[in-house]
Design a protein around this ligand. Structure first.
Ligand code: ADP
Ligand code: MG
Length: 387
């Protein structure tokens, strides 16, 4: 789960990590007032669930409150497109107005879960402010990494080694050690998947400060943090993904035109692979869950059809827990409700499969039955005239 920069900074601050003074604004008038409060000269930062804002005009230094208001107006009325948002961009609903800090040096610092070692991994670089992937590619020697042993935790000497590798000395080095240890504590206590400070800066006056912050919570730990969902900004999420979440469906939009409805994540992955194999392009990943009910199947079908890119639907259901005839009814109900005339291919197996197939073939829908996964994939691709 993602949160905004200003929320991440509030959390950093509560763990003793210094951040610039700032205020969140929801209107351009509030941007102006916040800018006045900061003394006129300030940094106006669009809050979106993506980085790369600086280069895209989403982070700007302004010199007067009126200038801040103008910029606020502009940001609130258009979508911000950055290298991380995709071409459609994201709406800006909140703006962070911050004191302008005199920066002497910029660093990169993050802690993330390394799937390979199943441990937290600390990453630091003196090349901050830019894309870390770029640094990793061009000059990997400038990146310092440390895998953290969960039993010993992060030790001060390890944090000091990182601070020294960043070229820090004296009191700033000791401040950095404390900051790194606090960051690790935050990661553990808040169950983060990623905490990234880019850039971490040393100000002209010689203080360390987190100038940008990104936090991702681990969704699997949500049950331990009931307050997290309240932090979500729904304007930043795909509406279909939000709806899918309500019905406990795993839905991820993809780029193709074949809507896919499958039960079980493994089967869903295999379905996408086989579709691709036959020259089809899936429009989504959708797992209705092992015990797919008629209601869930109907909702899933509606979600798929709300995507205007979808030109045909491939249903691949194994009726182990749920009977095939019940699933067929769910599909028929949903398809009739939304007047679906798109080609549909259903491949199903399990209990009451013959009854299910008969219901579908008698339904009047533009539907074909796939005898097996390969046959089903070939049929939907052929019905759409692909390949
Ligand atoms: P993004 O990573 O999305 O581009 P950042 O918050 O990192 O956005 O901002 C981009 C750059 O703007 C930073 O690398 C930093 O140099 C500068 N910056 C951001 N906030 C401030 C601030 N409060 N004062 C001065 N400079 C800032
Ligand atoms: Mg940044």
């Amino acid at each position: 789960m993602n949160i905004h920069e200003y929320q991440a900074k509030e959390i950093l601050s509560s763990f003793g990590i210094p951040v610039p003074r700032g205020r969140v604004a929801l209107t351009s008038d509030q941007v102006e007032r916040a800018a006045k409060e900061m003394g006129g000269r300030c940094v106006v930062k669009a809050q979106i669930y993506a980085g790369g804002r600086g280069k895209a005009g989403g982070v700007k230094l302004v010199h007067h409150p009126e200038q801040a208001q103008e910029l606020g107006k502009d940001l609130f009325t258009r979508k911000l497109v950055t290298p991380q948002t995709g071409p459609e961009g994201l709406r800006v609903r909140r703006i962070l107005v911050e004191e302008a800090v005199e920066i002497a040096r910029e660093f990169y610092l993050s802690i993330t879960l390394d799937r390979e070692s199943s441990r937290y991994c600390l990453i630091a670089s003196a090349e901050g402010g830019v894309e870390i992937e770029e640094v990793a590619q061009k000059s990997p020697e400038k990146i310092h990494m440390l895998t953290i042993d969960p039993f010993t935790g992060l030790r001060p000497y390890q944090a000091r080694k990182i601070a020294l590798a960043l070229g820090l000395a004296g009191s700033v080095c000791e401040d950095c050690v404390e900051l790194i240890l606090n960051l690790y504590r935050l990661c553990l206590e808040k169950d983060c998947y990623l905490v990234e400070i880019n850039p971490l800066v040393v100000t002209r006056a010689g203080w360390l400060m987190a100038m940008d912050a990104k936090i991702n919570f681990d969704d699997n730990a949500m049950f331990r943090h009931r307050e997290y969902p309240d932090m979500l900004d729904y304007s930043q999420l795909d509406t279909l993904e939000i709806n899918a979440g309500k019905y406990d469906l795993s839905y991820i939009k993809l780029q193709g035109n074949i809507g896919c409805m499958v039960n079980g994540a493994g089967l869903a992955m295999a379905t996408l692979d086989v579709l691709k194999e036959f020259g089809g392009e899936p429009a989504n990943f959708l797992d209705v869950g092992g015990g797919a009910t008629r209601e869930k199947v109907a909702e899933a079908f509606k979600i798929i059809l709300q995507d205007s890119d979808v030109k045909g639907v491939f249903v691949n259901i194994f009726g182990g827990i749920m009977r095939c005839d019940v699933i067929a009814q769910g599909i028929i109900e949903a398809a009739s409700e939304v007047h679906c005339a798109l080609p549909i291919v259903v491949r199903m197996d399990g209990s009451k499969v013959e009854e299910g197939k008969k219901l579908l073939l008698d339904s009047g829908l533009n539907v074909q039955i796939g005898e097996n996964l390969g046959d089903g994939a070939a049929r939907i691709v052929q019905m759409l005239g692909q390949k």
